[in-house]
Design a protein around this ligand. Structure first.
Ligand code: HEM
Length: 405
């Protein structure tokens, strides 16, 4: 390989300086289906798929590329997670997805929007008067996704910090700061969250309210309803899937603006006109989920490379979202980019992100508030990246601004 070093995608430390784009480019152009040897995670290794159209083809062909066989992550599945829809194939997946999709209809999302706007306002209220360096991640981007999931599930305010902590422990198991307890703390956190979810479900069965949890635990669809354990696992999935992704999109999107001052200026000059395209560009640029895994179910081939039944394979969203076959000048950050058919929410298969519309409402609300209220928000130090093989995240991003009077 010329001038590009192979990156170990199974080592969280490989992401300490951000996503390895030079490596992704090399793979996408030279080895679109590359065998990643591994002695630790997923030994003896797995295929790495980096081209946009290949990611979509793999995700759509769920019969050949299964999520159910061994799960959607490189890590071995923990007991119970096979009940998560992310780790299932149709028809089990379809049943579960139809049951929970009722919590994500356009009507539900419209009804949440005023709360989301209000929550974004309160978050900015808390920092707007401060004349000091603050951490963008903990003070601005971390809170909203958490509040929204808590709102969606009817979790009382006083319990929200617990859900935040459990979620941090589960996602950052191998990050030096978040995951001090490693996998053990992550498993303990997920057990606590299950128990908490069970309490929520029990409370709503006893005293039904006009809310989503009541709907999820009581309502039937074609004679089907969620079992207790399915509900608990769904709460766990939401707490991880909806939280870290959105938080890191907001942080990473802000960092992209700092790194591209002309684009930042353009957006500030016309937030109403440009926010919708800017948010999609942030999603493409950041790609908060790096990869998901599939398992090959029958011998097949891709670009002439033979894949064997049982092989593990990953689709790499961050690489696909910079595929020059689809995106003009893909390494340019352009807040007005159109078209922009990025696949940060997945490659349009059965697992396409259930929370995509909700996430966009959150991101728009947050940037709308930030751009108006903290117009000279600027970087006051280097970002510290989250060391995770799954999530492209930022742990800390010091910023400052002229305080609001
Ligand atoms: C910027 C924010 C987000 C990003 C980048 C993101 C990304 C993704 C991706 C890549 C997938 C897998 C897609 C596939 O395999 O085709 C996914 C699935 C999922 N996401 Fe998101 N997500 C985000 C926010 C959210 C939010 C806010 C929620 C809920 C509150 C959510 C809930 C889910 C669920 C439940 C699934 C599994 C769907 C299934 O298996 O059918 N996500 N997301």
């Amino acid at each position: 390989m010329q001038g590009v070093e192979t990156v170990d995608l199974t080592n969280p430390a490989s992401f300490a300086e951000g996503p390895p784009h030079a490596f992704y480019d090399w793979l996408r152009e030279e080895h679109p289906v590359w065998w990643h040897p591994s002695e630790t995670l997923c030994a003896p290794g797995f295929w790495v798929v980096t081209r946009y159209h290949d990611v979509i083809a793999v995700e759509r062909d769920w019969r050949t590329f299964s999520s159910g066989a061994r799960g959607a992550l490189l890590e071995d599945q923990q007991a119970g997670t096979e009940l998560m829809m992310l780790n299932q194939d149709p028809p089990q997946h379809t049943r579960l997805r139809n049951l929970v999709a009722r919590a994500f209809t356009p009507k539900v999302i419209r009804s949440l929007e005023p709360h989301i706007r209000e929550a974004a306002r309160r978050i900015v209220d808390r920092v707007a008067g401060r004349d000091e360096v603050i951490d963008f991640v903990t003070e601005l981007s971390a809170e909203l996704p958490l509040v929204v999931i808590a709102e969606l599930l009817g979790i009382p305010i006083e319990d929200r910090h617990k859900v935040f902590e459990w979620s941090n422990k589960m996602i950052g198991a191998n990050d030096p700061e978040y995951g001090t307890g490693g996998m053990e703390a992550a498993s303990a956190a997920s057990l606590e969250l299950y128990a908490y979810a069970q309490g929520l479900a029990d409370a709503r069965r006893e005293r039904p309210l006009d809310d989503i949890v009541t709907m999820l635990v009581n309502a039937e669809l074609d004679g089907e309803r969620l079992s207790d354990v399915e509900f608990n696992v769904f709460v766990l999935l939401l707490s991880v899937a909806g939280n870290e992704t959105t938080r890191n999109l907001i942080s990473g999107g802000m960092l992209a603006l700092f790194e591209h001052p002309e684009e930042y200026e353009r957006l500030r000059a016309d937030p109403e006109g440009l926010l919708p395209t800017a948010v999609d560009e942030m999603l493409r640029w950041v790609s908060p989920v790096r990869y998901f895994r599939r398992t090959v179910t029958a011998d097949t081939e891709l670009h002439g490379v033979p894949l064997r039944a049982g092989d593990a394979l990953t689709v790499q969203y961050a690489a696909a979202n910079r595929d020059p076959r689809v995106f003009d000048d893909p390494h340019r950050f352009d807040v007005g980019r159109t078209p922009n058919e990025h696949i940060a929410f997945g490659g349009r298969g059965p697992h396409y992100c259930l929370g995509a519309a909700l996430a966009k409402v959150e991101i728009v609300a947050m940037f709308d508030e930030i751009l108006r209220r903290l117009p000279d928000l600027r970087r006051a130090g280097a970002p510290q990246y989250l060391q995770s093989t799954l999530i492209n995240g930022i742990r800390h991003l010091p910023v400052r601004f002229t305080p609001e009077r």
